[in-house]
Design a protein around this ligand. Structure first.
Ligand SMILES: [Fe+2]
Length: 204
């Protein structure tokens, strides 16, 4: 099995004592701490979703504060972060999950991405209008719409993060393929709106 080594304290950490015997899987001890490819994927996946979650929460704050320059910067950063992420999900992870979920749910996942692309596009337009009009502060209606759009994206972040529990059941070669596709997507570095407009097969 391919593994990713992680640092382990020299003393191996505290021993568990008095643990009741149950049918549950044994809890790994620190000395056994090597990450499988699936664990490595899950950690990577969580980290990307945390980044997007934090950007979305910061964007809500920026809309509440009416800071158009900050809103624009956050929308650009969000689009840059989500582009490669969606790309490897659609090009490698969703096809890998198709035998588990079946076509209907994979269509739902793609439709969720469509919704997010539309929301980010509208957020970018909101930010652009505010900047073009040279408004230092966005209006109340714009801010309310912006917050509504961000809140529509947020549940997709937590829903998507749960997919890792299915990815960890895939053959190791499939997970390696997902991670390799991720590397290519990150090297290409197309933001969400550019990818959706020029590379994605599905048009919204
Ligand atoms: Fe995701």
């Amino acid at each position: 099995m391919s593994v990713v080594q992680v640092a382990v304290p020299p003393d191996g950490g505290p021993m568990r004592t008095g643990t009741p015997v149950t049918a549950r899987a044994p809890i790994p001890q620190l000395e056994d701490c090597v990450l499988s490819i699936a664990d490595h994927f899950t950690e990577t996946f969580h980290a990307e979703h945390r980044e997007v979650r934090d950007l979305l929460l910061a964007l809500i704050d920026a809309f509440k504060g009416g800071d158009s320059a900050r809103i624009r910067k956050l929308v650009e950063t969000l689009s840059a972060a989500i582009g490669p992420h969606f790309r490897y999900e659609e090009e490698a992870m969703y096809p890998g999950l198709l035998p588990i979920f079946g076509g209907d749910h994979v269509d739902k996942l793609l439709s969720d991405h469509d919704d997010t692309i539309r929301s980010i596009r509208e957020l970018a337009e909101l930010a652009e209008v505010a900047m073009l009009n040279d408004l230092e502060e966005v209006g109340e209606d714009q801010a309310a719409r912006g917050i509504e759009l961000v809140r529509a994206i947020l549940p997709h972040v937590s829903d998507c993060d749960g997919l890792s529990i299915m990815v960890e059941t895939l053959p190791e070669d499939d997970v390696v393929h997902i991670l390799a596709t991720r590397d290519v997507a990150r090297e290409t570095d197309a933001d969400l709106l550019t990818w959706a407009r020029t590379m994605r097969a599905r048009r919204v």
